[in-house]
Write a protein that binds this ligand. Structure first.
Ligand code: ADP
Ligand code: ASP
Ligand code: MG
Length: 424
């Protein structure tokens, strides 16, 4: 069984004269209806006819997972995460079976695989499980017989022997993990855009397609909201040296390669702008300004499996009380408020103010390490558009700001222009 914790090195698969092995992942829009599933099958058949060994990973039909999530929440916003996984994993079961049928109809030997059948073992963090290992042995035998494996993305099986899911967008991670376990030569991620752009091409018409992007930058872009690849898929690709390409499932042309830094000749100062609407802001007003206060606020949130992102703590005027502002994902917002108000007496804050009408906009670039003035350009560009910055956070290769959600497009476009990223 391939242990994904270890360094396996996808490009180190031995053997001369061996067949090229590829993993092809198709996202929701690529399998949105029967016509598209048939087109996917035809695309896969081309690779099979070229003599390659192919594993296909599919997402649910677009919109399907949202519907399943909504049904769980409609019955109960605080539903059992194990049952949530049982429900939302079903979308991928449908498309895996349909894709296998479509391939068989074209005369291609194919079968579907669900997470528990491989098995793809995960931890027990239902709703956002991590892959621990994949047993790819069953695939080896079938590859030798010329069979295509069609894998249901997004799902695995936990130590409690129950179905788990990998978090939204998790089929990308299924694909990269499988590519690592199979030591595949390539992992092609087919989607509804033809590559990774300097920013979301759906909101900035002048976004530019990148031929190559470094793992590190892609990781930042994904972490900061560019949902074209799930964060964990990029982490995994980086760790195992998987060659990932993002490309269009509708057009036949090269996409964007995710590569090591030394494969990029000229590095731009800023390579991309990302935004995330999945943010909500919470302020605890007048918490006591004393050692241990942050631990007592964030401890219970972490115990409740709630990730906190941006944090600001103000200096207290009187040395007694201070305000603490931080952000959580929209999905955790209600729970976070509930956890904190339940502890109002022990935390001793005056009131809790919250706002989910916010967006995080970020500027990313490895060139930032060695250049000053990047942040200033961001603040000026936003000021010129009259956009108020609510929270700022920085790291070595990114600057993020929190602004009101209605400014999303305006802010992203203004920054794209300010950093000279606009296409000719
Ligand atoms: P799939 O269903 O194929 O997994 P997703 O919707 O998860 O597709 O991801 C593709 C979407 O990512 C695109 O339609 C695009 O709107 C969005 N996106 C956000 N940022 C970027 C970016 N920098 N480059 C390309 N696409 C981006
Ligand atoms: N269907 C799942 C989702 O919508 C997984 C994926 O598409 O990658 O999040
Ligand atoms: Mg996706």
């Amino acid at each position: 069984m391939a242990q994904l914790g270890a360094q396996s090195g996808a490009q180190s698969r031995p053997g001369n004269g061996r067949k090229t092995r590829i993993v092809m992942k198709f996202g929701g829009t690529s399998v949105a209806n029967i016509e598209r599933i048939n087109a996917v099958a035809a695309r896969v058949k081309r690779e099979v006819d070229a003599g390659h060994e192919v594993a296909v990973v599919v997402s649910a039909m677009s919109g399907h997972t949202n519907q399943l999530v909504a049904w769980c929440s409609e019955i109960s916003p605080m539903h059992d995460a194990r049952e949530y996984d049982t429900v939302v994993a079903s979308g991928e079961q449908v498309t895996a079976g349909l894709t296998a049928i479509a391939l068989q109809t074209l005369g291609v030997n194919a079968r579907s695989w669900l997470g528990w059948q491989m098995p793809m073992l995960t931890n027990d963090a239902h709703g956002k499980a991590r892959i621990m290992s994949i047993d790819a042995e069953g695939f080896e035998k079938r590859f030798a017989q010329g069979q295509v494996a069609v894998v249901a993305g997004f799902q695995g099986i936990g130590p409690d022997n129950r179905i788990t899911t990998l978090g939204r967008g998790g089929s990308d991670t299924s694909a990269v993990a499988l590519a690592a376990a199979l030591k595949a030569d390539r992992c092609d991620i087919f989607t509804d855009v033809d590559g990774v752009y300097t920013t979301d091409p759906r909101i900035v018409a002048k976004a530019r397609k990148l031929d190559k992007v470094t793992y590190e930058e892609m990781l930042e872009m994904a972490s900061l909201g560019a949902k074209v690849l799930q964060i964990r898929s990029v982490e995994m690709a980086m760790k195992h040296g998987v060659r990932v390409q993002v490309l269009s499932s509708f057009e036949d042309k090269p996409g964007t390669l995710v590569v090591n830094e030394d494969e990029i000749m000229e590095q731009e100062l800023v390579s991309g702008i990302a935004y995330s609407r999945d943010e909500a802001k919470i302020t605890l007003v007048a918490v006591p300004d004393r050692p241990g206060v942050a631990a007592s606020i964030f401890g219970p949130l972490s115990d409740a499996n709630i990730n906190v992102d941006m944090i600001v703590q103000n200096v207290s005027e009187d040395g007694k009380n201070t305000d603490m502002t931080f952000t959580v994902s929209k999905g955790d917002f209600e729970r976070a408020k509930q956890v904190l108000t339940g502890k109002q007496n022990s935390l001793n804050f005056r009131t809790l103010i919250s706002d989910s009408n916010v967006v995080k906009v970020s500027v990313i670039g490895v060139g930032m390490r060695s250049h000053a003035g990047i942040a200033q350009r961001m603040f000026r560009a936003l000021a010129e558009k009259g956009i108020n910055i609510q929270v700022i956070s920085t790291s070595e290769i990114k600057i993020s700001v929190l602004v009101a959600e209605e400014y999303t497009e305006l802010a992203v476009r203004a920054l794209h222009t300010a950093y000279g990223l606009d296409a000719e």
